[in-house]
Design a protein. Structure first.
Lengths: 263, 201, 201
C-alpha cells in the first residue's frame, strides 16, 4: 500500500494523507485542528484491513512492503507531530506563514534536522557519561587550600540603576506558556473577552483586570495572545506601559475542511 | 629505604591500598578520618594506618609538591611549603575583578529593594539564584540579614559596607534614583514582579 | 625507573618545577591551563610543559592512585580508575547517571550552539526548557553568559568547565562534528519534498 494514498476521514479533513500534508505545508489548513491520533488510527485500521483481506485470517503479519509503509508512515506522522508542536509557538507560526510551500518544506526539514542532530549529540553524551563513570575528581575547593581574598574593581553605581531598569523592561516576545500552565484556565478569559467583544468592538486590557491577582492577570494576558493568534483580535499599544488596546477583528475564518477533494 | 622496596612490589596489597588512599584523598574536599578511609577502601583501620604511613613518606616536604597532612578532622593533601609562593600567586591572581551580569542584577535587587530573600531574587531575575548569591556572600558584597517572617522563613540578604565601597557610595541613599520606574520601592518591586511573570517560561 | 632517579636529584630545577606544578594542581578548584600554571609558577610555558610530562609519568594509571589528566582546556588531578569503587563508597559521582533525556539534549544544544538563550533551546526542542535549564544550572553544568542583546534580553547560557570535566573532554572541540550526526536527515527532507511535489506546489 502507498502511505501517501491513505484515506482519512477526520473531523476537519477528508481525503488522502498526502493532500493533507500538502495543505498543511501550504498553510491552507490549520494543523492545530487536525487530530493526528486519528491519522494513526486510520493507518492501523487500513493495515489490519489489508492483512485480513489477504490471508483471510485476522492475524496481521507484516509483509516487506507493509514494513516499508510503516516506516514511511512513521516518518510522515512524526513530521506532522513535530510541526504541530512547533505551531503552538506563536512566533514560529507567523514565520512559517510567510513562507512559500517549498520554503516551508525546507524550513521544516531544516528544523527537524537541527533537532535530530541534537538528539544524536545527546546520545553521544550519554555514552560518554557511561564511559566516564569511573573518573572521580574533587568537586569542591581543596581542603587545605590557602585562604583567598579576591579584590574587586570599583564600579559605577549607574550600572545598578541600569540593571534595575532592564529588569523592569517587559520582554519583547512573550511565549505562549500555556503548555505547562497550572493556573486558572485560559478558556475562562478567552470566553470572557469574546463575550465582551460581542458587545463592544474594542476595550483597554487594563480596565478589564479589576482586582485580579497577578497570576490571573498573567493568564488573562495569555488569553489575549491566544485570541490574537486565532486572528480574532488586534492588539496595539502606543508606547511601552501605555494601555493595551484590544480590537475586534472581522475575519472570515475558513470553515473546517470538509470536502478537500472538491477543492 | 623500606618504602622504596615496597614500591617495587607493585602487586603488594599494601601498595595497592596506599594507591586507593591517595585516590580517596585527592577527591576529598574535607579531611578524611581513619574510619572514612577504612569504610571507603573496605579494609581495616590497622592496614589503613600502614598504608597512610606509605603515603606519608611519599608525599612529604622536599620529596613532593603534594604533602599528606594529619589535621584535626583526619588526613588531607595540601601543597608543599616550598610551593607556597606559587600557590599564593595562583589564588591572588585577579581571576575576575569585575562583576558578572548575574552579580550586578542580584546586587541591584538587594541594594534597591532592601533585604530580600533568594526566592524573590530568583523570581525577579527569572533564573535560579543559588550560585550567584553564594558567590556574592563569599566575596563579601552581601550578608545575611535575618529571616523572612520569623523562624522557618527564607534567609534575607542585604548589601555590605564593602558593597558601598566598591560602588563609591557613602550610603544606600546615594544610589541613583529610579523615579521613572515608580514612586516608591514597593511600586518598583511590584513592577519587577509583574515583568518577571510576563517573562515567564 | 627513570622517574625514580629523577626523584632522587631533588635539586634538579625541572624536578623542582614539577613539584611546584603538583602543588598547584592539588590546591586548584578547576583544571589549570598552561598559562595559569606558568603565571603561578612564574616560569615559561615550555618548561611547564616539560615539568607536566614528568608529573604525568609519575601520576598515571597503575602507577599512582592520583592521575594527571588533560581536561577542559587544562590540567587536573583525579583519582585513578582502579580506585573508582572505593571512591563511589565515599563520594557522589560528579554527575549521577540521572541526567534526563531532556537534560542531555539541552546540554548538547548549549554545548554546540552556546551561548544561547532559553527561548532558543525551547525552539529547537519544541518543549519548554525552564525546569531543565534550572536543573543544569544547579548542577553547575551550564552557567549564565550575559543577556541577549544587552539589558532586557533573555539570559544566555554556556557550558562550564565542569561540563567538559564530567564528560572527560579536553575541550569542546572534542565533541563530534555536527555534520557527522543525524544521517537520516536527507531521507526526511526528500520525503517531504516528494509529498509537496506530488500535489504540485
Amino acid at each position: 500500500m502507498r502511505v501517501s494514498e491513505l484515506e482519512l476521514d477526520l473531523e476537519a479533513f477528508e481525503g488522502p494523507l498526502d493532500l493533507l500534508l500538502t495543505l498543511v505545508l501550504k498553510e491552507e489548513i490549520d494543523l492545530v485542528e487536525i487530530d493526528v491520533a486519528g491519522i494513526v488510527v486510520a493507518f492501523i485500521e487500513s493495515m489490519l484491513g489489508r492483512s485480513g483481506a489477504e490471508d483471510g485470517a485476522g492475524d496481521c503479519d507484516l509483509g516487506e512492503s507493509d514494513l516499508e509503509a510503516c516506516g514511511e508512515f512513521l516518518v510522515l506522522v512524526s513530521a506532522l507531530l513535530e510541526l504541530k508542536a512547533r505551531l503552538l509557538f506563536d512566533d514560529e507560526a507567523a514565520e512559517l506563514a510567510e513562507l512559500e510551500p517549498e520554503e516551508a518544506v525546507e524550513e521544516l526539514a531544516r528544523r527537524l534536522a537541527a533537532y535530530r542532530r541534537m538528539k544524536e549529540a545527546a546520545a553521544w553524551l550519554t555514552s560518554r557519561l557511561e564511559q566516564e563513570q569511573d573518573r572521580f575528581f574533587r568537586l569542591g575547593p581543596a581542603p587545605l587550600r590557602p585562604s583567598i581574598e579576591r579584590p574587586i574593581d570599583p564600579h559605577d553605581p549607574a550600572v545598578l540603576a541600569a540593571a534595575m531598569r532592564a529588569l523592569a523592561t517587559p520582554p519583547k516576545t512573550v511565549s505562549l506558556a500555556h503548555m505547562s500552565l497550572r493556573y486558572p484556565p485560559l478558556e475562562q478569559f478567552v470566553g470572557r473577552f469574546r463575550s465582551l467583544l460581542a458587545k463592544r468592538s474594542r476595550f483597554d486590557f487594563e480596565s478589564e483586570l479589576g482586582d485580579l491577582s497577578r497570576v490571573e492577570q498573567a493568564v488573562a494576558f495569555l488569553a489575549l495572545l491566544e485570541l490574537g493568534r486565532l486572528g480574532e483580535i488586534a492588539i496595539s499599544q502606543a508606547a511601552p506601559f501605555a494601555p493595551i488596546r484590544v480590537e475586534r477583528r472581522t475575519r472570515e475564518r475558513s470553515p473546517a475542511w470538509k470536502s478537500a477533494r472538491s477543492a | 629505604m623500606e618504602e622504596r622496596s615496597l614500591r617495587l612490589i607493585t602487586t603488594s596489597p599494601l601498595e595497592a591500598l596506599a594507591r586507593t588512599v591517595e585516590a580517596l584523598l585527592v577527591v576529598a574536599s574535607a579531611p578524611l578520618s581513619l574510619d572514612d578511609l577504612a569504610a571507603a577502601a573496605d579494609d581495616d583501620a590497622v592496614r589503613i594506618e600502614a598504608a597512610l604511613r606509605l603515603v606519608g613518606e611519599r608525599y612529604s616536604e622536599g620529596r613532593s609538591g603534594i604533602v599528606l597532612e594529619h589535621v584535626a578532622g583526619g588526613y588531607a593533601l595540601r601543597a608543599s611549603r616550598e610551593a607556597a609562593r606559587a600557590c599564593a600567586r595562583l589564588f591572588e591572581r585577579p581571576v575576575q575583578r569585575s562583576l558578572s551580569q548575574a552579580a550586578l542584577e542580584t546586587l541591584a535587587i538587594v541594594a534597591y529593594l532592601g533585604p530580600c530573600t533568594r526566592p524573590e531574587i530568583t523570581r525577579i531575575r527569572g533564573v535560579a539564584a543559588e550560585a550567584t548569591v553564594a558567590n556574592l556572600l563569599e566575596r563579601g558584597l552581601i550578608a545575611e540579614a535575618g529571616r523572612d517572617d520569623g523562624p522557618g522563613g527564607a534567609i534575607r540578604y542585604r548589601v555590605t559596607p564593602l558593597f558601598e565601597r566598591v560602588f563609591g557610595l557613602g550610603s544606600l541613599a546615594e544610589l541613583p534614583r529610579l523615579d521613572d520606574l515608580g514612586d516608591d520601592i514597593e511600586q518598583i518591586r511590584e513592577r519587577l514582579h509583574v515583568v518577571a511573570e510576563q517573562r515567564g517560561a
